[in-house]
Design a protein around this ligand. Structure first.
Ligand SMILES: NC(=O)c1ccc[n+]([C@@H]2O[C@H](COP(=O)([O-])OP(=O)(O)OC[C@H]3O[C@@H](n4cnc5c(N)ncnc54)[C@H](OP(=O)(O)O)[C@@H]3O)[C@@H](O)[C@H]2O)c1
Length: 216
């Protein structure tokens, strides 16, 4: 069973999704098929990733095999005109605006606990995929090499990537992990439980470090 959270509009969004940003051409369809086979029901894409046709082909193939129904899948896309369209809706007089989800950057170096608690207290789901790499092994996002994360991973006989993903799930934060590798796709979806003490250790890794500073 895929764990999900309910958005304020009633839609169910699976907590773990497959990312497709920078997935190499020719690998995406197989990655999507592997992910759905492993239990993923959310695929994250965007026009700008230039691979939505491959994503669609993967979903279509699995639906055709009868392994999943279209209505079970939560497909995310982003388009460059979305903001204008949203503004057009919001500018209608008397329209009440209730955000369903807030997309933020978050990982153990940037835990964002107060913001997440605030959003959840208002019934706003939080999704942690705003350009802050989850399992990156370079630069400030070197979370796979972080000693405290490695120690916790060893304790549970999991990988650091699984600990990072679990950190989000356990805070009810929606997370998207990109992989084109079937083993890692399955690994990233494998569910386990971290103790509250280990969650606290991960929270203390926080240094309010952003790998991708943004201001609007
Ligand atoms: N809405 C937005 O503004 C926005 C912005 C950025 C990203 N996103 C979404 O979020 C997704 C995730 O972000 P991301 O692609 O930047 O980075 P990511 O998922 O944090 O990291 C992807 C990298 O980690 C590797 N990886 C995956 N699983 C692993 C594991 N278990 N162990 C070791 N390495 C692993 C992947 O390599 P392999 O493929 O070789 O496994 C890939 O190089 C994107 O693909 C996109 O769909 C959305």
């Amino acid at each position: 069973m895929v764990r999900s959270v309910t958005l304020s509009n009633g839609a169910e969004i699976p907590l773990v999704g497959l990312g497709t940003y920078k997935a190499l051409e020719g690998t995406v369809t197989e990655a999507v098929k592997a992910a759905i086979g492993a239990g993923y029901r959310r695929i994250d894409g965007a026009c700008a990733y230039d691979n939505e046709r491959e994503v669609g082909a993967g979903i279509e193939a699995v639906i055709h095999q009868g392994a999943v129904k279209r209505e079970e899948m939560f497909i995310v896309s982003k388009t460059s005109t979305a903001r204008r369209r949203i503004e057009a809706v919001l500018n209608k007089p008397g329209l009440k605006y209730e955000p369903a989800a807030n997309q933020i950057g978050s990982h153990p170096y940037l835990t964002q606990e107060r913001l997440i608690d605030y959003c959840h207290s208002k019934g706003i789901a939080v999704t942690a995929d705003r350009g802050e790499r989850l399992v990156s092994s370079t630069g400030l996002g070197a979370t796979l090499e972080e000693p405290r994360i490695k120690t916790i991973a060893e304790k549970y006989k999991k990988t650091p990537a699984q600990v990072l993903i679990r950190f989000h799930i356990q805070r009810n934060v929606i997370v998207t992990a990109k992989s084109a590798n079937p083993q890692r796709i399955a690994q990233n979806f494998a569910v386990f439980e971290l103790s509250e003490g280990d969650m606290e250790t991960l929270r203390r890794v926080n240094g309010n470090m952003r790998t991708f500073p943004m201001s609007w």
